[in-house]
Design a protein around this ligand. Structure first.
Ligand SMILES: [Zn+2]
Length: 242
């Protein structure tokens, strides 16, 4: 799940706030019994993680590639964690779940809204500085969760096309104005994707998984970068900064 899907999950489960956790189950090897009797204070998303904060420990879920959740329903597979609350039940499958003390270092490392492109607290100036100092290719920098939290492979491909930047470009070689423009495109695209999920109007992809560019040239597809991720680009529309 990329950031917009996790933010959607937070919105869809926000009504859990105010409810008390009556029962906890699941195969997460975490201190889940700590949660029984706790009152949920807030459900929120930070980068690609869902935070369920209680008046005690918090449940922090990273859905990874195949994670999913159900509200007041069960899937036919074991829950990673399930919480039965006063009115509603939330079941989470296949993700990575942590039950953490909000005062712990690990919790604080995850709780960085200033690095979440969908948060109003996102620090654009820090992101610009980081981009300008980084000699990796931009396709890798965009996936770096310490710079662009919430961005995944789909957002990466779409925004590089929308900003007309070749994914093989060296981040530090992208002119400052262009880099700042890319940051705005990342924020805008992520918000539009979240909005489309909340309203049920699918967002049309223009580059990810496409055969043909809007200019009618063939899209190049290549695995690239630190994580060898699938990348799509149009070499005539997108400028290469070396
Ligand atoms: Zn093109």
């Amino acid at each position: 799940m990329e950031g917009p899907s996790v933010h959607q999950a937070a919105k869809r489960t926000s009504h859990l706030a105010g409810q008390t956790i009556e029962e906890v189950y699941g195969n997460a090897r975490q201190p889940i019994e700590e949660l029984v009797g706790k009152k949920i204070e807030k459900v929120r998303a930070v980068k690609k993680r869902l935070f369920i904060d209680t008046d005690g420990f918090s449940i922090i879920t990273h859905f990874l590639m195949y994670g999913s959740y159900r509200i007041n329903e069960r899937r036919e597979k074991p829950e990673r964690i399930g919480i039965r609350c006063t009115k509603d039940t939330l079941n989470i499958y296949n993700g990575s779940v942590k039950v953490l003390d909000p005062k712990s270092t690990e919790y604080m490392e995850y709780d960085q809204p200033e690095r979440d492109v969908l948060s109003n607290a996102f620090d654009k100036e820090d992101a610009l500085d980081a981009m300008r100092r980084d000699d990796r290719i931009i396709a890798d920098v965009l996936l770096d969760q310490d710079i662009f939290g919430g961005v995944g492979n789909i957002i990466k491909n779409e925004v590089l096309y929308l900003a007309r930047i070749d994914p093989r470009s060296v981040s530090s070689s992208i002119p400052e104005g262009k880099a700042a423009e890319l940051i705005e495109v990342v924020i805008d695209y992520s918000r539009r994707w979240l909005q489309s999920k909340l309203t049920g109007n699918a967002l049309t992809r223009v580059m990810y998984n496409q055969q043909e560019c809007e200019c009618q040239k063939r899209v190049t597809r290549e695995n690239m970068g630190e994580y060898n991720r699938r990348t799509f680009y149009c070499s005539s529309c997108q400028a290469l900064y070396q």
